[in-house]
Design a protein around this ligand. Structure first.
Ligand code: B1M
Length: 209
């Protein structure tokens, strides 16, 4: 019931209420992962469908996105407790031209919950910035997110830029985001595609061993 309320209030963009409900769900002992999946993400996927069907528009999606991010922030320390620890450094961002960051933020949260250090480059990140950061900060992994079919192609630039910079053998490139597939990842020469944030974190931990 409370998970459904979280989903509904997220759809209504009520960030403050979402935060209160998430706190309450935590107090009731519901696992953080369940609150995330069955409350917050379930609400976001309803908004996604409505956005697709032109039933809601950018402003509504933005307030739901804010509610999503604020609710997820409360879960972060708990996901960290549930996770196992690892060491490694990842630079993460959403590809050039793309402003979607909810999925990328979740990936960061799950990676950090596994003990990885994440350098979050934000959104609209160029291939050059990924490579320069990975070199400067000694990252073992570059994580690239894309939500648009029009921007996912630019993920290949990251792979090519890593080759050109001579770091391709020392860094693993992971890709993900709703339109990205395993076949696409192979085609562009990425090292891994993962469909969700939890598996992205697990694979990144493996790459950092
Ligand atoms: Co946009 N948008 N949007 N949008 N938006 C989509 C993606 C879209 C599918 C909606 C639709 O029409 N059906 C569509 C893309 C269509 C396409 O390309 N085929 C779309 C469009 C068209 C647009 C605009 C062009 C709309 C416009 O202006 N006309 C515009 C583009 C702006 C730009 O980026 N340049 C736009 C804008 C926006 C908002 C700003 C309003 C907002 C973003 C707010 C924000 O992110 N701060 C927004 C949103 C929220 C969405 C939807 C509704 C939700 C996306 C989301 O956050 N999902 C989305 C519809 C949908 O997806 N159903 C849509 C929840 C999130 C947790 O999932 O990001 O997939 P996701 O992340 C998942 C996995 O993919 C994975 O982990 C997460 C789950 O665990 N994952 C990774 C993600 N990154 C990963 C990286 C990894 C591994 C896994 O390794 C590194």
């Amino acid at each position: 019931m409370i998970l459904e309320d979280i989903s509904l209030q997220l759809q209504a963009g009520k960030a403050k209420i979402v935060k209160e409900l998430v706190k309450q769900a935590i107090e009731e002992g519901i696992p953080a992962q369940t609150i995330l999946n069955e409350g917050l993400l379930s609400g976001m996927s309803v908004i996604g469908e409505k956005f697709k069907n032109n039933e809601v528009f950018v402003p509504e999606v933005l307030v739901s996105a804010r509610a999503m991010n604020q609710g997820a922030a409360l879960l972060k320390p708990l996901l960290a407790e549930e996770g196992t620890k690892a060491a490694g450094r990842v630079c993460l961002g959403t590809i050039a031209g793309d402003l979607h960051d909810i999925g990328k933020n979740l990936v960061r949260m799950m990676m950090e919950s596994k003990g990885l250090e994440v350098i979050d480059l934000g959104t609209d990140v160029s291939a050059e910035t990924f490579i320069e950061t990975a070199k400067k900060e000694g990252c073992q992994v570059i994580g690239v997110s894309a939500l648009l079919t029009t921007t996912m192609g630019a993920m290949e630039d990251v792979v090519k830029a890593a080759e050109a910079a001579g770091i391709r053998d020392s860094v693993k490139i992971m890709v993900g985001g709703a339109p990205v597939t395993e076949a696409f990842a192979q085609k562009i020469g990425a090292d891994a595609f993962t469909p969700d944030a939890a598996s992205a974190a697990e694979v990144a931990v493996g790459f950092c061993r």
